[in-house]
Design a protein around this ligand. Structure first.
Ligand code: URA
Length: 432
């Protein structure tokens, strides 16, 4: 394919592709030019695809990655939250099955005195998106203007809304291209994509929840640790106080997977009735966020005395939602039962995520709608004793036709045996 004429004053793109293809290092001005020119439409998708594939195989040196990320941030606006009157701190999760932590954490940390600007996305594939979950609440709206967002932060202290198109537009284009060119699973590309959006959001501090296990992006500990270290370095270099927790994602978090089901479980946690694993991860992240924000408070107190629930209600109402509204109910239910009596030893997070997605809780393409009511309730979790024939999973959907696909996804996902499973830590490591 012929090279495109370079932008005035820019290098020939094909020469830069050669550099990365052959294991070389790009200069800072070349990296900045590539991101600017691609965002501005001066570099063709086929050339950027080749460059991304070269990066996929060759990686980016630390200085290249720093420039790449800085250029992605500079491709759009960087919000200024200095006027909100509280220390700002956010959390980003790399995504997991049943991961509804943001819904609890934002009001919880706000109840302790911080401002939490959660700019979130919609789900794609087997992990759900925070906005999809909240959109199951009648009236709630994700699209806020920057003025509405900062007003929520100053008054309520927490906001969860959609990232506007002006934030890191380079990532929007690059991510769409990576999605169709087999270049998503690259640590420097994932790290720069996540961190450019989070840094542009304007938070002063950031805690990363890097999930590890079958239901996570990173299935092995070494890759998860490398991703966490890379993102912590990028945040710190950009002046954002950043730390990461590595948390287990072999089993769904909590007992509910699916949009409205996860909202209900989040409210249960805020009422002091939530499942222990979900509470443990939420409190660990809250403590980390408060420490980075310089706030000396115990989030367990704000959960126990109802302050976090009160902020949640204000946060939902402030975005048009009715926190007391009935949530959509599924028309169809089905169960998966225990094949034998014994200990539940394994409930594979990825399989449960894929099954919930097939039931309608997730989308395959970003334009697809999601069902608010579809999902899965885990009536038993690994480490619990079960009887033969006992319902382990309750499947919920809007129509019968999707049940068979969900059952197929769950094939082989459950182990019941005579011995309990070995105990394993939920919070695996901390990186700062
Ligand atoms: N999430 C992102 O925002 N970007 C990636 O590259 C991967 C996950």
């Amino acid at each position: 394919m012929a090279d495109r004429p370079p932008a005035p004053g820019g290098p020939a793109v094909v020469d830069l592709i050669h550099v990365k293809r052959d294991g070389g290092t790009l200069a800072a001005d070349e990296v900045r030019w590539l991101i600017d020119a691609y965002t501005g439409g001066q570099i063709a998708d086929e050339q950027m695809s080749a460059l991304l594939m070269a990066i996929f195989f060759r990686g980016l040196a630390p200085a290249e990655l720093r420039e790449w990320t800085a250029a992605m941030i500079a491709s759009g606006e960087r919000l200024d939250l200095s006027g909100v009157g509280r220390p700002t701190v956010d959390k980003h999760s790399t995504g997991g099955v049943g991961d509804k932590v943001s819904l609890i954490l934002a009001p919880l940390v706000a109840a302790c005195g911080a401002a939490v600007p959660q700019l979130s996305g919609r789900g794609l594939g087997h992990t759900g998106g925070t906005l999809d979950k909240l959109e199951s609440i009648p009236g709630w709206r994700a699209a806020l203007s920057p003025a509405e967002m900062t007003a929520m932060l100053s008054t309520v202290g927490a906001v969860i809304c959609a990232a506007g198109a002006g934030l890191a537009p380079a990532d929007r284009k690059l991510y769409a291209l990576r999605d169709v060119t087999g270049t998503v699973e690259s640590i420097p590309l994932i790290a720069s994509s996540i961190m450019s959006k989070k840094i542009a959001e304007g938070t002063a501090a950031l805690v990363l929840d890097v999930k590890v296990g079958s239901g996570a992006f990173m299935t092995d500990l070494d890759s998860a640790r490398e991703l966490a270290r890379t993102m912590v370095t990028l945040g710190t270099e950009q002046g954002v106080r950043t730390s990461a927790l590595l948390t287990a994602m072999d089993v769904p978090l909590g007992r509910a997977v699916g949009n409205a089901l996860e909202v209900e479980e989040s409210v249960a946690v805020l009422r002091g009735q939530g499942p222990a694993d979900l509470v443990e991860v939420t409190l660990a992240l809250a403590r980390e966020m408060l420490a980075l924000a310089g706030i000396d408070a115990d989030p367990a107190d704000a959960l126990a005395d109802g302050r976090a629930l009160a902020v949640y209600r204000e946060m939902i109402a402030g975005q048009g939602g009715d926190p007391d509204a009935e949530l959509p109910r599924a028309a169809v239910t089905d169960v998966v039962t225990a094949p034998a009596a014994g200990w539940l030893r394994r409930l594979d997070a990825r399989a449960v995520g894929v099954a919930a997605w097939r039931l309608g809780a997730g989308r395959a393409r970003k334009e697809d709608p999601v069902s608010a009511a579809a999902g899965i309730i885990c009536h038993a979790k690994p480490g619990e004793k079960v009887e033969a024939g006992q319902p382990l999973l309750e499947l919920r959907a809007d129509r019968d036709a999707v049940l068979a696909g969900a059952h197929a996804a769950l094939d082989g996902a459950i182990d019941v045996g005579p011995e309990p499973p070995a105990a394993s830590a939920l919070i695996i490591d901390r990186i700062s």
